[in-house]
Design a protein around this ligand. Structure first.
Ligand code: PEP
Length: 260
């Protein structure tokens, strides 16, 4: 994933039914002015992916899966594979903290999902971040290291070009307690240091790193101004098309947000 574009990702989680998702897309399409420097990605309920993929103007918005199973086919009742998502979505969230903590996705599952996404030409957005306890113990950069090494094992340098990393401190997700820009700078630098160690300086410079955790239209600019940050992963504030558009507007180069 090149860093030429700012990536703004909406994670609707288990909200909005198929009809509501379609209406939202219709509203957002009218509000958003397309800019070549911003890529807007919507992650709706899996039920809506097929119909939204037919409705969406793919030059204006991309689609993402919130989750999938890492095998391509077979007797896995209730699951959806990256092979089935291929051609429908361009991105997929992997390792979101709700998957790790509520559904117990292990490092092994997450690693297999990253590989399944890449194998099926879907860009994985690998979410990593520490819990409040880990943060209080001063373990943030160790956790980022472990989750990066765990998630990226077996990913080649060429494959890494299609991977996006999202720093999402668990304590900041859906809590209204967002990380300070200084926290995010530290984490994004730690991520790039680790990528440098694993893949070299070029990869560390090239990889897209997002921030996610209680971002709102009011706080978006503070994160987008960070040189090491290439976009945002937005949960709650993406559920309303007008609010989400206010965040998207901050990502345009002409919005007045300057990198620091
Ligand atoms: C998320 O779901 O990834 C997220 C960051 O949620 P919120 O913006 O609601 O904290």
């Amino acid at each position: 994933m090149s860093r030429d574009k700012t990536l703004i990702v909406a994670n609707w989680k288990m909200n909005l039914n198929v009809g509501e998702a379609s209406l939202y897309l219709h509203q957002l399409a009218k509000l958003v002015k397309s800019h070549r420097d911003v890529e807007v990605v919507l992650a709706p309920t899996a039920l809506a992916l097929q119909s939204l993929s037919l409705q969406v103007n793919s030059r204006q918005f991309k689609l993402a899966a919130q989750n999938f199973y890492w095998r391509d086919h077979g007797a896995f009742t209730g699951e959806i594979s990256a092979t089935q998502l291929r051609g429908v979505v361009q991105y997929a969230l992997v390792g979101h903290s709700e998957r790790r903590h509520i559904f117990h996705d292990s490092d092994k599952d997450i690693r297999a999902k990253v590989q399944a996404a890449v194998r099926n030409h879907i860009k994985p957005i690998l979410c990593i971040g520490e819990t409040a306890f880990e943060r209080s113990e001063g373990e943030t950069s160790d956790i980022l290291h472990d989750q990066l090494v765990g998630g990226l094992a077996n990913v080649t340098s060429e494959e890494l070009e299609h991977v996006v990393i999202a720093y999402e401190p668990v304590w900041a997700i859906g809590t209204g307690k967002n990380a300070t820009p200084a926290d995010v700078v530290m984490a994004a630098r730690a991520i790039r240091r680790q990528i440098k160690h694993l893949y070299g300086a070029g990869a560390s410079e090239a990889i897209a790193v997002l921030y996610g955790g209680s971002v709102t239209a009011d706080s978006a600019a503070d994160y987008l101004a960070i040189t090491e940050v290439d976009g945002l992963l937005v949960g709650g504030a993406s559920l309303n098309a007008h609010d989400f558009n206010e965040i998207i507007k901050k990502a345009h180069k002409g919005s007045g947000v300057a990198k620091v």
